[in-house]
Design a protein around this ligand. Structure first.
Ligand SMILES: [Zn+2]
Length: 342
């Protein structure tokens, strides 16, 4: 399974492992999204990260925030043959996850990790749990065994029991349905601002402002989505310790979702910079990723050399990587915007 072609997963995974390392989060997660393949890749990335034995991460006892992808543990997890990582799927005939399968998984993650840091159990298609199987799982979800991590995946969270939903930290993973209208609209606004070369510092800051406003929208969206699905709404009589835990988890979930959405928004912008680069090379046989912006793409390309266009792409890549660290976001974006060839 090639997880490397889904770099956004890394941002969420880093955030989750940091929280796990600090002992601040429960150890049961629910990943939802439209693409089962992507859900499995994020789960795989998380399983690799918590068990990576790569040279860079030898700090004893700490959980790494990224997987090296090449050590023996990472390779075996990717191949599905690591002794501490268990994948549970519906049997192909019935398409139901049976209680016996769940019992086996519970037993497996109750044992101490053989060689990794954490035992990981991944339930693929958690909506396929039949009611008895789901009930058998509740106690384990509520109190996962020490040194264990449970990851439930589903494309249909509405089909899960409330009692299962309320015990997991939920994270939604964007699908790969391509650039939709809302996503390209803001890149269009960004591009229109650049129809004329930004001659003054002020005009550069106007372009930056479009980006920052888009990010503010994305954060607000992540906040309201996380809020809407918080179990706190459904269990008003829950005790204060539980409410506090939910709040803590919601904060982490907002941050994880926001980072994922930010990374995708910047990726959309990168798509436009790629189109500009192709235009500087007069590569007419390569179709643009954003055909709707073609005249604006040409306008910017006409003022850049191919080398400058490539430098822009690199700068954007660097910015994405930088944002993955604890850098101050607004400052990093400002520096980027001031340095781009526009
Ligand atoms: Zn590794």
């Amino acid at each position: 399974m090639p997880w490397e072609d889904f770099p956004e997963a890394q941002q969420s995974v880093s955030l989750l492992t940091r929280s796990i390392d600090r002992g601040r989060l429960g150890h049961a997660y629910l990943f939802t999204g439209e693409s089962p393949d992507r859900l499995e890749r994020v789960a795989g990335e998380l399983a690799m990260t918590v068990n990576c034995q790569g040279g860079l991460f030898q700090s004893r006892g700490r959980i790494p925030t990224t997987a090296c992808g090449t050590c023996s543990a990472c390779r075996r997890i990717r191949e599905g043959i690591h002794p501490d990582v268990h994948w549970l799927r519906a049997e192909s005939k019935s398409r139901i996850i049976r209680i016996e399968q769940v019992r086996e998984l519970i037993q497996a993650i109750q044992l101490k990790p053989t060689e990794g840091r954490l035992k990981v159990g991944v339930l693929v298609g958690a909506d396929r749990l039949n009611p008895q199987a789901a009930n058998a799982f509740l106690k384990t979800l509520e109190e996962p065994p020490p040194a264990s991590l449970l990851i439930l995946l589903t494309t249909e969270p509405d089909r899960l029991l409330e009692t299962v939903l309320s015990r997991c930290l939920r994270l939604s993973v964007p699908g790969e349905s391509g650039l939709n209208t809302e996503r390209t609209e803001w890149v269009g606004a960004f591009a229109r601002e650049l129809q004329q070369p930004p001659k003054s510092l002020l005009s550069r800051y106007r372009v930056l402002d479009i980006l920052l406003r888009r990010l503010a929208e994305l954060r607000a969206g992540a906040e309201s989505d996380v809020e809407a699905r918080s179990p706190a709404h459904r269990f008003k009589e829950a005790d204060s310790a539980l409410l506090e835990q939910w709040e803590e988890e919601a904060k982490a979930a907002v941050e994880a979702e926001y980072r994922l959405r930010r990374s995708l928004a910047l990726r959309d912008l990168q798509s436009w910079f790629r189109d500009i680069w192709m235009a500087t090379l007069s590569m007419t046989q390569v179709s643009p990723i954003l055909p709707g912006l073609e005249s604006l793409t040409q306008a910017v390309a006409a003022r850049l050399t191919p080398a400058e266009a490539v430098a822009n792409l690199r700068r954007m890549e660097e910015t994405q990587a930088l944002l993955n660290t604890n850098v101050q976001e607004a400052l990093a974006l400002e520096v980027t915007l001031l340095r781009l060839h526009l």
